[in-house]
Design a protein around this ligand. Structure first.
Ligand code: UD1
Length: 426
């Protein structure tokens, strides 16, 4: 099995191209189920999760062609066409690999009037239930049956517009409601909608496909259903989590990196924290520049929150920075329970962290020491890579399939700017 080997202590210098956003691309791919016409997506990242979604969609009869771009920065072109849907069944084997697979439920139901999709089941970062998705569909007239680990949803008379009030913010449930409402009869109002940029990306793609949507980016989204959607060309937004991760890489390793293609406004909460920690962060014509002059970062407190708050998907990475900061930081995880699995691994490298419920108290140490560590989930695994950049000696990260799910050619991107990082197989 592959491992990533990092030898720490090298400052970074140069450009890192930012790929298309995983969390947008997966839902845009699912949206291809809503029309018989082709949906042409540009800037698709090359990731295991994208391949898993493609496989799932193909099992429904969607034809998919990919034109791979030669460079690191351009992203692939993907043409998806669901001319005829031949199956509405998503098996446990497919859905358990990747929770985002559940996002096929709403478009299958909206287009075909029925779908049978496995419940995602337990997940390494907490229970992650789907009751908000299901109640949104029920409000729109769907009949939902739960049996033997599967959701069977039907809407023989079609879906109807409804007012959906979410008790708390959910990215996935907002997307489910948007996709279902696009083809429902009448008007749907989503109250307490998620405001994540990936929601707007999905909404803008649906609009390009003929959907009638207003209020994107606010907590109230209104959708007037249309009888059918058509094909479109759409470019996936840049990945703000990838950009944020490399911004933290520059801060932790020192040096100066330009994140080419990044959208600075989508990581404002991180940028202000990095500035407080001593980094220089500036928007450029092509993205974002992050500079750290080699001095030790200052400690800072972080609480994760729905957008525009600090993203939970950057919590593990910012912890890696605070682990070597000057002072004590308090990091609160408010979105997912059990999202501190990186803590014992960081501790193996010399980090001083105390966990109490949803709060981690990090006492910064001057130096980390490289060690063999194990990736436990997508974002946790990249925090170990970041810690490895700052550590003395060699860090070997195992179970790198977690990284491959969500980071497009990470070791290539980092070694191009001077990191000593390589994939080793044994
Ligand atoms: C998406 C992202 C994930 C990110 C998360 C929060 C994708 C593929 N994944 O996940 O990377 O960390 O947003 O920004 O886009 N919840 C319920 N019931 C529900 C739905 C959610 O209790 O029906 C809870 C979850 O367990 C979690 C919280 O709500 O505690 C937020 O989850 P949600 O925003 O739905 O996250 P995902 O869409 O799964």
């Amino acid at each position: 099995m592959d491992r990533i080997r990092i030898r720490g202590g090298h400052p970074l210098k140069g450009e890192i191209p930012i790929s298309g956003a995983k969390n947008a691309a997966l839902k845009l791919m699912a949206a291809s189920l809503l029309t018989a016409d082709p949906l042409n997506l540009a800037n698709v990242p090359r990731l295991a999760d994208v391949r898993a979604m493609a496989e799932l969609l193909m099992s429904f009869g969607v034809s998919i062609q990919v034109n791979m771009s030669p460079g690191l920065g351009e992203g692939d072109l993907m043409k998806l066409q669901a001319r005829q849907i031949t199956s509405v069944f998503a098996s446990y084997d497919m859905v358990r690999k990747m929770r985002a697979s559940f996002q096929v439920l709403a478009p299958l139901l909206a287009r075909q009037g029925e779908a049978k999709v496995s419940l995602p089941g337990g997940c390494a970062i907490g229970a992650r239930p789907v009751e908000l998705h299901l109640s949104a569909l029920q409000a729109m007239g769907a009949k939902i049956d739960l049996a033997e680990g599967y959701v069977t949803a039907t809407a023989p008379g079609g879906l109807k517009g409804a007012e959906i009030v979410f008790p708390f913010v959910s990215v996935g449930a907002t997307e489910t409601a948007m996709m279902a409402a696009s083809l429902a009869k009448g008007v749907t109002k989503i109250v307490n909608a998620a405001r994540e940029p990936e929601i707007s990306d999905l909404g803008n793609c649906l609009i390009a496909m003929g959907a009638q949507i207003s209020g994107l980016g606010s907590s109230e989204i209104t959708i007037e259903g249309v009888a059918s959607l058509h094909g479109a060309d759409y470019r996936v937004m840049p990945d703000r989590i990838e950009a944020g991760t490399y911004a933290i890489a520059a801060a932790i390793a020192g040096g100066e990196v330009e994140l080419v293609g990044a959208a600075p406004e989508t990581i404002a909460s991180l940028s202000s924290l990095l500035v407080k920690s001593g980094a220089e962060v500036s928007a450029t014509a092509r993205g974002l520049k992050v500079r750290m002059n080699g001095s030790r970062p200052h400690a800072g407190d972080v609480t994760t929150a729905p957008y525009p708050g600090f993203p939970t998907d950057l919590q593990a990475q910012i912890m890696a920075l605070m682990v070597v900061a000057d002072g004590t930081s308090v990091i609160r995880e408010k979105i997912f329970e059990n999202r501190f699995m990186h803590v014992p691994e960081l501790a193996r490298m010399g980090a001083q962290i105390r966990i109490d419920g949803d709060t981690a108290t990090v006492r910064g140490v001057e130096k980390l020491k490289g060690a063999p560590v194990m990736a436990t989930d997508l974002r946790a695994s990249v925090s170990l890579v970041l810690a490895g950049l700052a550590a003395e000696g060699e860090t070997l990260v195992s179970r790198v399939y977690h990284l491959d799910r969500g980071f497009d050619r990470l070791e290539e991107k980092l070694s191009r700017v001077g990191a000593d990082i390589a994939r080793v197989s044994e």
